[in-house]
Design a protein around this ligand. Structure first.
Ligand code: DGL
Length: 263
């Protein structure tokens, strides 16, 4: 095993939504070391201007690369839409970025109606339009932006009254449109997958991207001969480290120190 293969993999999101992805990464690659960075100071990304998200995501990726990460996972659909190309142009290590699972959804639908829940920015992005054009041209795609949902999941909790109200507003229109496949196009939404499924028609398939990203990361690490590590996990944030630590414990039952990084 090379020295480089012993280095960690950097994973980041605007907040703790990327932990839904990290869970799949660790399940598939239990021996890898990960550093998870939550840009809590700037949560949410979803309603911010594209240049801001692009600059932030590129800065974070650069810092993770400088820290010695052997690969980076952009565990945020919004950051991918704004910055995946820029990040790949600026660093040489493998970058795995996730985007809404339109391609698998288009193969799963039986009635040709797909619903997509994501941030305002993701749905308005050129990248998303291209994704739909390439993989779902023959289907009807109903998009639903969900402002406020990612923050409410973190601040109030996945089962809070506020989250329930937002889910009523955002999910019911997809059921009314008869969507038989719904894509979770934001890494925060798997926290509320049960609440989303409950509001959809009973036979609806709900798709997220965690496992596909884990497979893609494994493939890239193998290609580059970079598999290896000790299964360690570190957390860092641009926000209030104590508060992020408390949210981490509340949302995922992980009790771990959170480092404060001035990015
Ligand atoms: N979790 C992020 C995503 O996948 C977005 C949440 C936010 O708006 O910051 O798009």
């Amino acid at each position: 095993m090379s020295i480089v293969s012993q280095k960690p993999i950097g994973v980041f999101d605007s907040g703790l939504g990327g932990l839904t992805v990290l869970e799949s990464l660790r399940a598939r690659l239990p021996d890898e070391d990960f550093i998870y960075f939550s840009d809590a100071r700037h949560l949410p990304y979803g309603d911010k201007p594209e240049p801001f998200i692009r600059t932030r995501a590129q800065q974070i990726a650069a810092v993770l690369a400088e820290c010695g990460c052997k690969a980076i996972v952009v565990a945020c659909n919004t950051a991918t839409a704004a910055a995946a190309e820029g990040i790949r142009a600026q660093i040489v290590i493998p970058v795995v970025a996730l985007e809404p699972a339109i391609k698998p959804a288009a193969t799963l639908t039986r009635n040709g109606i797909l619903g997509v829940l994501a941030t305002t920015h993701t749905l308005a992005s050129r990248r998303f339009a291209q994704l739909v054009k390439t993989h779902a041209a023959g289907t009807t795609v109903i998009v639903q932006a969900c402002p406020g949902l990612a923050e409410a999941i973190e601040s109030e909790g996945p089962k809070s009254a506020k989250v329930e109200t937002l889910l009523d507003a955002y999910v019911r229109p997809l059921a009314s449109a008869n969507a038989d496949v719904v894509v979770l196009g934001c890494t925060h939404y798997p926290w509320v997958k049960a609440g989303i499924a409950r509001r959809l028609l009973p036979e609806t398939t709900v798709v997220d991207t965690g496992e596909a990203v884990a497979r893609q990361l494994e493939r890239r690490l193998k290609e580059e001969n970079l598999l290896g590590g000790r299964g360690q996990l570190r957390f860092a944030t641009s926000g209030d480290a104590l508060q992020v630590g408390a949210t981490l414990a509340r949302l995922c039952g992980i009790f771990a120190p959170v480092e404060s990084w001035a990015i």
